[in-house]
Each structure stands twice: as structure tokens, then as C-alpha cells.
Write a protein that binds this ligand. Structure first.
Ligand code: GLC
Length: 728
């Protein structure tokens, strides 16, 4: 099928209501405004600039707010400009170029570890308010790529490895952002699963597996959050650049899902004007591309070719519809002071529910506040907590507590810094245990760290794994000799606790020698306090892993990271010479993460959904009701002595086709000691079905469900018979 017939289909579907939405006034207003546009106005909204004065000779309009992007408005028609900032974790710092700070939420991994959609909404609303107070009306948040390879340098930004979990949480974050009249995105569409060669790698995957995994995450997030825009990714998908993929944009997103919003490109992801015919609606950061393809060249194409003329009208209607649907025109951002204390409390609430207690032998944790002496070692724990690098980097007012230049080439190298938010775990520990003697060693010398650990009652090693956009980590070991440091400290003090501040999963060769391990991720602007709260039991840890921790990279679908190590320039040169860089994601297909571990039988070090508590919970077997909207009901009881939050997970474990492992729903409950509560979990029918011949096919027969404490720790199975169904 050539582009034009599909384009025609897209035009028909493009303007009709999306996914059950009634035709609302946003559509009508968009059509009315577009009809008034002059020819010269029709390529104003279709391209924007990177609003950072980095590239010589590129004039940034004075009204632009320094940040990710600026798209001119059309004052004559009352159409506002788009003032765009990054991103999912807060208003990005862009190395201080704007001269202000913002509130850093914990990382995407941390947010995924909360399994709490309401909290995502709160976090989204908070960063949207900060964006508005700084003059932005577009927040490029909603990064929900599935973690297919935990070495991906952007793992820290994303929510996890499961489509339902990422879709529901990512969609809630988007809904929170847009509830404040700030336009949000979901990104990076799609299968942008590593940073090595991100502009040229070709993600190869079959349609059925794709729609049951990465695409399902986007589909659910779009249903839940109704993002004004979808950001297409840098990489190729099945041979075509994602931002020029007729399959992804016209067929899947606009025709099949009836998405009514617009597709913006990633920054520097557009290679030709005909990307518009493939479904791209807006070129972002146009000065980075080799041409401002969706500006004058698009106007010229529309002047000579009716297909382009029709497409341009649809592009404008889509962008206008999102502006009206999110209320950007009627609620312009108003620069205002920010209540950073109140906003930090939101970040703290997220961190409190994000921290995962991985291991707690002999109930070493929580610590008593009358502990006599604590040796704190490494991780710049005297100063702050780690954050990730790249476009999502958020820094507090006054900048980071620690900033370590990490080098690199080109105009952005000076912005490549490993930074720590000013939230000192040591200060927070001292505050909670004021009578304790607390010493700090930076961990650079084993002898020094061991000496401190040997004489202390408790040793706490803070171990870090820094990640950044644009580069993958070469392996999952803790860098800079931290494994040896932990082993040496644990040998010197049997009461050693490891606090991980990592972007994602890491290997733990020292695990058997350390009685307690806490995963704190990049815990945001109140991360130090949140860590101390968990260590002393002020907070009962309730985080659950949003991603599997493999026991070895040999257990991954691709034990070697594809194309690791080459520079962007080398990739670009090879690409220009016609070399292709396919990555075969059909190896695992839709069996991402815990599903891969279940399929291969290679047990993870720690399973998706795992997380301990200072109390204990009991789950009844699920009572499952069939129907087109199946549901499960279960009773959760707190059988311990402390109040705590539980996150029961419902897994599909068998179908008429055989055994399987798929998260079909989840819930959460804060329970007092002895308290029991009956929870109702909606089961997502698409998780029960398979994709076949372009449709969801639910085979008639017996389906088995179990409640899990993780994907590997399941309770008794309940069976229910479901009737055959097919749907699109
Ligand atoms: C970046 C990222 C994207 C970000 C955009 C604007 O390269 O891929 O997530 O929103 O450019 O900074």
C-alpha cells in the first residue's frame, strides 16, 4: 500500500474523535481556526527551534523561554506559542543556562517502583506548576520506553519493563501534567531501547510482538493520559526512521488507535519533508537537522501537491486541537514564585514509596535511633544523592551539591556532569540518630573505609551507578571499584548495609556478605531524608521493583550490548555510507524482562515486583469474574506489627495455549497491623489476549491467575473460563 491511500485513511481517522472520546469543542475549534489560516501561516506550527543559544548564527526569538523548545504562535488567530521544557523528572536545568533551579522528582525508575498512579498524577501536576511558573506551557515528559536492556543509558528515566505497569503509571503522570494546562507527551515512540547508535539503530520486531509490548505501553498511556503530543524517536523501526514511519505514525497511532493529537519529532530526528506524509506533524529543534524540512520546504510542497496541502491542514488541526484540549490558549503560563518546600514534599512522598528493600537478613533494618556509631562510606553521601544526566537533568535552586565533569566532545560536553542533589543522607541520618557517632569516608581508599567500618557498630556503603542520555553503561557492575569496596567493608563489619543509588539494575557479587540492601534509585531533592527515613523505620519501605535485576548479563536476550562503544560521529559516517545497524528484538518479542526470565527459566537476582517490608502481608487467592471487563477480588492482611503499604500484583499464569507470566493488574493498600482489606483489581483484557492477524484474539477456555509478591513469588492459582473474543 503506498503512502497516499494510507494517508487518506489517516486523514479520515485523524479528525475523528479518539478512542471513545466524543467529538468535543477542541476538534471544532481547531477546524475553525485552521480554516482561517492564511497560506503563509500554515507552516508556523509545524516546526520549532531548540531554545538554547548554543549553535552560532541561530537567532532564538526574544520571547522564547530558554529551554528545550519554542514553536511560534499565530497572534492574529489567538494561537499561543509553545514554550517547551524537559521533562519527566521536573523542569530541566540545562546546565544553568536559564539561571534558575527546580524541584527534582525521583527518577523514572523510582517512580515506577512506587506502583502508585495517584502519586504519579501528583508529581506530574507539581512539575507542571513549576513549568508554568517559569513561563512554559509544554513539558516533554512521559518517557515510557520499556526496559529491554538495563544497560540503556536512559533506564533511569523510564518506568519499567512491563507494558501495563508503564502504561498506567506513565499515563497518570501525563494526566497530572495536563491537569495544570501544560501539554505533555509520551516518548520516545517507539522501541528506542538503547542509546548506542540511537540515531541509526534499526529496531526490528514483528507487529504482533510489538503491539503486545512497547506499543501496548504507549497505547495504554495514551488512553490514560490523553497526551497532547507523541514524540517520535531517533531510531529506525523495521527499516524506517521512527519520525518518518508510515507504519508507526499513520497506521498504528493515527489509524488504529485513532489518536487525535500531534506527533512532534525528537530533537534532530527529521531527515526529509516527506516525513510529514508518513504522519509527522511538527519538527522539533529544527536548527539541529540538516534542513528545516517542515518549514519552507513543506510550504513549497503544499503549494504544488494536493496531498501535501491536505496533510498540512491536518497537521495544523491536530496541533490546534491539542492546544485547545489542554487549554493552553485560555490558561497561559504566568511567571510566579514557586513554593519549593511544598514541592519538595511531593518529591519526598514519591521517594518514600520508591525505595525498595531488597534484602534484610536477621532484620538488621530498621536501625535503632539509639545506635552508637555509624560509618558512612562512599556515594558522596555527606553531600547529596545522585541524579541522571542528559535532557531530564533537574537541579535545585543554587545548583547541585556535587558536580563532576564527565568530559566528552562537542558543544554539549561542558554540560555532561555527574551531579548530586543537595539532600545529604549523612545529615539526615545524623538528624534521626543525634546521639550516634557518625563518621564519613569517601570510599576512595579501601584501607581508610575498612578502618572506619571496623570500629563502627553499623557500616553503610552508598554505592552509585551514574547513567546519562546519549550513552549506555558497558556492563551492570558497579563502577569505580565499588564492588571491592563493599566486599572489603562487609568483611570488616558483619552489620554492613548497602544503599544503592543506581539508574537501574546492577550486579551484586558481594550480596551474600551484606545482610541488608536498599535500592534508592536517584531519589530526588529529598532523597537523603527518604533514605534515612527507611533506614530508621520512620518509613516502612513499600517500593517494588519495576524491572528485573538479572543475575548476569548472559541471561539477557542480547548478552552483548549491540553496537556498544562507537561514537555518534562514527555511526553517522557509517550510516551515510549505507551501513545498517539492525537489532533483532524478535529474540524476546513481547517477552520482555520477567517474561523472558520465565520463558528461559533463568532466574533473576531480584524479580520484577520484588520488595520487602518491615511488616508482613498475607494474600488470599484471587476470585476472578469473567466477562468483557474481567476483574479479580482478593483480601490482603497485614500480619505483622507495623503499618505498611502492600502492592499485590495479579499475574496471568496460564491460558488455553499453555503457561505464561503476564502482569494483568495491580493494586496497593496501606494497612494497619492486623488490618485486612478486600481489593478489586481490573484485569486488562489485552494482557490476556494475543495479537493475531491484526487483531486481539482471546481464545476460549481456562485461564489461571495468581496473586504475586513479585513475578517469581506467586500464590495459589485460581482458574476461570473465558469465552473466545476478537477485537481490534
Ligand atoms: C533529547 C531527548 C528528548 C528531549 C529532547 C529535548 O535529545 O531525546 O527526550 O525531550 O531532546 O531536549
Amino acid at each position: 500500500m503506498t503512502i497516499r491511500p494510507i494517508l487518506a485513511a489517516a486523514l479520515v481517522f485523524g479528525c475523528t474523535p479518539a478512542m471513545g472520546q466524543t467529538k468535543d469543542d477542541a476538534d471544532a475549534r481547531a477546524a475553525a481556526t485552521e480554516a482561517q489560516m492564511r497560506q503563509d501561516e500554515r507552516t508556523v506550527l509545524t516546526h520549532g527551534l531548540w531554545a538554547i543559544p548554543l549553535i552560532p548564527g541561530v537567532v532564538i526569538p526574544p520571547e522564547a523561554v530558554t529551554g528545550a523548545g519554542y514553536v511560534s504562535g499565530i497572534p492574529r488567530l489567538g494561537v499561543p506559542a509553545l514554550f517547551e521544557t524537559d521533562a519527566s523528572l521536573g523542569v530541566s536545568y540545562i546546565a544553568g543556562l536559564r539561571g534558575d533551579g527546580a524541584t527534582a522528582l525521583p527518577s523514572g525508575m523510582a517512580m515506577g517502583a512506587t506502583w502508585n498512579a495517584d502519586l504519579m498524577r501528583r508529581g506530574g501536576a507539581m512539575i507542571a506548576d513549576e513549568a508554568r511558573a517559569k513561563g512554559f506551557n509544554t513539558l516533554l515528559g512521559g518517557g515510557i520506553n520499556l526496559i529491554r536492556d538495563p544497560r540503556n543509558g536512559r533506564t533511569f528515566e523510564y518506568m519499567g519493563e512491563d507494558p501495563l505497569h508503564s502504561g498506567l503509571l506513565g499515563g497518570a503522570a501525563v494526566a497530572g501534567i495536563q491537569s495544570r494546562h501544560v501539554l505533555a507527551t509520551v516518548k520516545h515512540f517507539a522501541l528506542n531501547a538503547q542509546e548506542s547508535g540511537r540515531h541509526v539503530v534499526d529496531s526490528v520486531i514483528g507487529d504482533d510482538a510489538f503491539r503486545m509490548s512497547d506499543l501496548l505501553a504507549f497505547q495504554i498511556a495514551i488512553e490514560e493520559g490523553r497526551p497532547g503530543a507523541v514524540m517520535c524517536a531517533y531510531n529506525r523501526v523495521n527499516g524506517a526512521q521512527a519520525c518518518g514511519s508510515n507504519y508507526l505514525l499513520n497506521q498504528v497511532l493515527k489509524r488504529d488507535w485513532r489518536y487525535p493529537g500531534f506527533v512532534m519529532s525528537d530533537w534532530g530526528a527529521v531527515r526529509a519533508t516527506d516525513f510529514a506524509l508518513a504522519g509527522l506533524d511538527q519538527q522539533s529543534g529544527a536548527q539541529i537537522d540538516k534542513g528545516r524540512w517542515l518549514a519552507a520546504p513543506l510550504a513549497a510542497a503544499a503549494a504544488r501537491d494536493p496531498a501535501y496541502a491536505a496533510r498540512v491542514r491536518d497537521m495544523n488541526r491536530r496541533i490546534l486541537r491539542s492546544i485547545y484540549a489542554v487549554g493552553l490558549d485560555r490558561n497561559p503560563p504566568v511567571k510566579a514564585p514557586i513554593d519549593f518546600a511544598a514541592n519538595a514534599a511531593v518529591a519526598r512522598a514519591v521517594a518514600d514509596e520508591a525505595i525498595v528493600l531488597l534484602r534484610n537478613q536477621n532484620a538488621l533494618l530498621p536501625l535503632s535511633k539509639s545506635v552508637k556509631s555509624i560509618a558512612i562510606i562512599g556515594g558522596h553521601a555527606d553531600a547529596g544523592v545522585l541524579s541522571g544526566g542528559g535532557s531530564t537533568q533537574v537541579e535545585a535552586v543554587g545548583g547541585p551539591a556535587v558536580s563532576i565533569p564527565m568530559g566528552g566532545e562537542g558543544p554539549l560536553a561542558k554540560y555532561n556532569n555527574q551531579t548530586y542533589a543537595p539532600s545529604s543522607p549523612m545529615a539526615a541520618i545524623r538528624a534521626l540518630a543525634p546521639s550516634a557517632s557518625v563518621t564519613y569516608r569517601d570510599g576512595r581508599y579501601l584501607t581508610d573505609a575498612v578502618a572506619a567500618a571496623r570500629t563502627a557498630e553499623i557500616a553503610i556503603v552508598f554505592a552509585t551507578q551514574w547513567m546519562r542520555e546519549g550513552a549506555d553503561v558497558p556492563d551492570l557492575s558497579l563502577p569505580e571499584g565499588q564492588d571491592a569496596l563493599i566486599a572489603a567493608v562487609a568483611a570488616a563489619n558483619p552489620r554492613t548495609i548497602v544503599v544503592l543509588e543506581t539508574g537501574g539494575p546492577v550486579l551484586m557479587p558481594w550480596l551474600e556478605r551484606t545482610p541488608a540492601v536498599v535500592e534508592a534509585w536517584y531519589p530526588g531533592i529529598r532523597g537523603g531524608e527518604a533514605i534515612a527515613g527507611v533506614l530508621f523505620g520512620d518509613t516502612n519501605p513499600s517500593g517494588r521493583l519495576p524491572v528485573s535485576f538479572p543475575a548476569s548479563t548472559a541471561d539477557l536476550p542480547r548478552p552483548e550490548l549491540p553496537y556498544a562503544g562507537d561514537s555518534d560521529a562514527a555511526f553517522a559516517k557509517a550510516d551515510a555510507a549505507g551501513q545498517r545497524f539492525p537489532i533483532d528484538y524478535d529474540i524476546e518479542g513481547a517477552d520482555v524482562g520477567y517474561r523472558w526470565h520465565a520463558r528461559t527459566g533463568r532466574a533473576p537476582l531480584y524479580a520484577f515486583g520484588h520488595g520487602l517490608s518491615y511488616t508482613s502481608f498475607d494474600h488470599s487467592a484471587p476470585a476472578v469474574t469473567a466477562g468483557t471487563k474481567p476483574r479479580a477480588r482478593l483480601t490482603v492482611r497485614n500480619t505483622g506489627t507495623r503499618a505498611g503499604r502492600d502492592v499485590p500484583q495479579l499475574y496471568l499464569v496460564s491460558t488455553p495455549g499453555g503457561t505464561t507470566r503476564r502482569l494483568a493488574g495491580f493494586a496497593q493498600a496501606m494497612l494497619q497491623p492486623g488490618e485486612a482489606r478486600t481489593l478489586d483489581i481490573a484485569i486488562e483484557p489485552r494482557i490476556l489476549a494475543d495479537r493475531r492477524d491484526g487483531a486481539w484474539v482471546l481464545r476460549g477456555g481456562r485461564y489461571g491467575f495468581a496473586v504475586g509478591r513479585s513475578a517469581s513469588d506467586l500464590g495459589p492459582v485460581t482458574y476461570v473460563t473465558l469465552r473466545e473474543r476478537r477485537w481490534n
